[in-house]
Design a protein around this ligand. Structure first.
Ligand SMILES: Nc1ncnc2c1ncn2[C@@H]1O[C@H](COP(=O)(O)OP(=O)(O)OP(=O)(O)O)[C@@H](O)[C@H]1O
Ligand SMILES: [Mg+2]
Length: 349
């Protein structure tokens, strides 16, 4: 399976050749004792598609696939963004048992019907999270505009690529973290943020298990726009200023001011997401904020979040925390979580 993550600024392609599970079972392996990280082989590449039309994006995707030497394969895609509608339904049964199938089905039907009444055509899906006390079930229902899904399928339908499915970015992100997250992933409650160009996926994980997710309008583009308007320059130049240290020094650029101006909705959404999960008793507290995605490379953003939220904040690059082989550049890893999660889909029924 190849994971194709069609973002607003970059298309990322990823294929896992070997997920390391064989190696981790061979205990006598001397190398294994020296380095107990899983050895994983991946092919991965990405290219910029900022401001391109869908047909141009297809061409870029074809060239990425060519670079990766992938000609015929099945693919998984992801959708995300504030256009998706999520509803967390928390069902509690007063008796010892879990809520009945009928109660669960009614809740799902109610959501699906409400989405059908929306103006535009929506695809709906749902997942169950069972409470540890066995009396509660949390149903997360999601609806995505058909138009967004169709457009991504259209872009990805190139050559001999067969699109096998479309999932949510938040779920692909969760799967990637479950498989390739740092050692703290099973022990801590984590707010994981994939900061893209226009969208940030927020997921809250209790010892690696998903309890909450949400997409918000925030990303690298939010910061670029602010730089462009403050310095009265075009966005192309603002983007360059954002990424280039020398350029920043030249114009006495001070990132903390830009971060203060642009991150209020991000900070508020992290706060309310955590507060929601604590109030609903999904988690007692959140131990760590983890940031990934191209937007997390913004100078000082991680320490800004740490200071403002008062919670330890770490950057996550899946290629660094694991023993990955077979990719060109480790820094690519920050952009890859969603594509990696999509590439894992083959192992699921
Ligand atoms: N070195 C860097 N410093 C700061 N920002 C960076 C750097 N490299 C990339 N970015 C930003 O990362 C963002 C792209 O990240 P990513 O590929 O995760 O987003 P995307 O998937 O294309 O977007 P979305 O998911 O919102 O559609 C861009 O806004 C880009 O400006
Ligand atoms: Mg993205």
């Amino acid at each position: 399976m190849i994971g194709i993550d069609i973002g607003t600024s970059y298309i990322k392609v990823c294929k896992i050749i070997n997920n390391g599970s064989k190696r981790s079972s061979s205990l006598e392996d001397v190398e294994e004792q020296e380095d107990n990280r899983k050895q994983v082989s991946v092919i991965a590449a990405m290219k910029n598609v900022m401001d391109l039309e869908d047909n141009e994006k297809s061409e870029i995707l074809s060239s990425i696939l060519k670079d990766c030497d992938i000609s015929k394969d099945s693919a998984f895609l992801a959708v995300g963004g504030a256009d998706l509608i999520d509803k967390n339904i928390n069902l509690v049964n007063e008796e010892e048992d879990a809520p009945s199938e009928e109660v669960k089905q009614n809740a799902i039907n109610e959501f699906n019907n409400a989405m059908r009444e929306e103006g535009e055509a929506m695809y709906t899906t749902h997942m169950f999270i069972k409470g540890e006390d066995k009396k509660t079930t949390n149903i997360i229902c999601t609806a995505a505009p058909k138009q967004i899904i169709d457009s991504k399928i259209n872009i990805a339908s190139v050559g001999n690529i067969v699109v096998k499915g479309v999932t949510m970015e938040t779920l692909a992100l969760t799967n990637a973290f479950e498989q390739f997250g740092p050692s703290y992933r099973d022990k801590e409650n984590v707010a994981l943020l994939n900061i893209g160009n226009d969208v940030t996926n927020i997921v809250i994980l209790k010892g690696g298990k998903l309890v909450f997710f949400k997409d918000i309008d925030f990303g690298g583009h939010t910061i670029t726009k602010e730089i462009a308007s403050t310095y009265m320059v075009k966005e192309v130049l603002a983007e360059e200023i954002k990424m280039n240290k020398e350029l920043k020094n030249k114009i006495n650029f001070f990132m903390p001011n830009v971060l203060k101006k642009t991150t209020s909705s991000l900070i508020e959404n992290i706060f309310t997401s955590i507060e929601y999960c604590v109030n609903k008793q999904f988690v007692i507290s959140v131990d760590r904020i983890v940031v990934t995605g191209g937007g997390c490379l913004t100078d000082g953003l991680d320490s800004f979040i740490e200071k403002t939220m008062g919670i330890t904040t770490s950057k996550w690059n899946p290629l660094e925390d694991n023993n990955f082989i077979g990719y060109s550049n480790k820094d690519l890893g920050y952009f890859l979580p969603v594509a990696l999660g999509l590439a894992l889909e083959k192992e699921k029924k």
